[in-house]
Design a protein around this ligand. Sequence first.
Ligand code: TXA
Ligand code: MG
Length: 339
Amino acid sequence: MKTQVLPVNEQSITLAAQLLRQGDLVALPTETVYGIAADARNGQAVHKIFEAKGRPQDNPLIVHICGMEMLRGIVAEVPPRAEKLAAAFWPGPLTMVMPRGREVSEVTCAGLDTVGVRMPSHPVVQAVIRASGVAFAAPSANLSGKPSPTNAQDTLADMDGRLPLILDGGESAVGVESTVVSVVGEHPMLLRPGYVTKEQMEAVLGEEVLVSPAILEKLQEGEVARSPGMKYKHYAPKAQVTLLRGSFAAYRDYLAAHAEPGVWALCFDGEGAQLPVPSIEYGRNHDGVTQARHLFTALRDLDRQGARVVYARCPEQSGVSMAVYNRLIRAAAFRVVNL
Ligand code: TXA
Ligand code: MG
């Protein structure tokens, strides 16, 4: 299959809408990361997503809508907490897990009786949903296990020959995937941290949002992931990544002791020039927003540079940095050294 990369304009949006309506795949930009879209009601179409990504069949997809009226048929009910969170954060990078409606294909939800739904703020996704009339299932546009792509070139690198069209809408602003929160249980529960933070949701809901244990730590043998995606190896570059937790001075000393060819640093802005090994910077220290924006490109850049071993500066675990920590700790297969 030949993969076209087209700039966003009226013709390419029309083509995208046509492909989606006929059950084909389209990769497109969202404000979080690039996604691969297929009609969420059409099991055969959604099946193509799993094939293109090499994604395990038991990992459910998120359904994307562009207006509250589209929730009908997608969810069985809109819990009061979802109403509040939607009013505060939609359109935007928040996915809510709700009771599944009858129109969503089994394949989209991997057989679960819940469905993750989000209303993205990116104008291109909104235009494609409006033009096609299709609520689409869309995972991140990476091959399963790789870092999510935040631009059309990285999407092409993974998806060339696997789908007919990539819409090029520039860099995704947020840089990590949406926050996923479940509103079906007795308490709201964060299943994947993102740009919309636990603290922000708690302020809107006036109650605690529980944190799924799988977010910050490795699941124990026999423990069940509430969000199936959390159990898989993720975001992994080819290099072996280790997080180093501690001061910059301790980080620099550690690198000096471990410097050899193939060793790279993944550090904060302005630090690279002071290190004894080559480095890639991924955002400002104490600033989750810039770290989120650059993390996935930085991981892909390390591969392009041929890094073999990567020592990464450790982000904080609150606010938007919780999302960065969550992705990086998986890229590092949970290897952390306390300096
Ligand atoms: O920002 C995003 O959410 C991007 C863009 C393209 O919108 N999409 C994305 O999709 O990140 P994906 O498939 O890469 O991640 C979906 C995550 C997975 O961890 C999955 O397990 C979880 O959401 N998820 C989806 N439906 C769920 C459900 N019903 N219950 C629990 N977790 C669910
Ligand atoms: Mg993904």
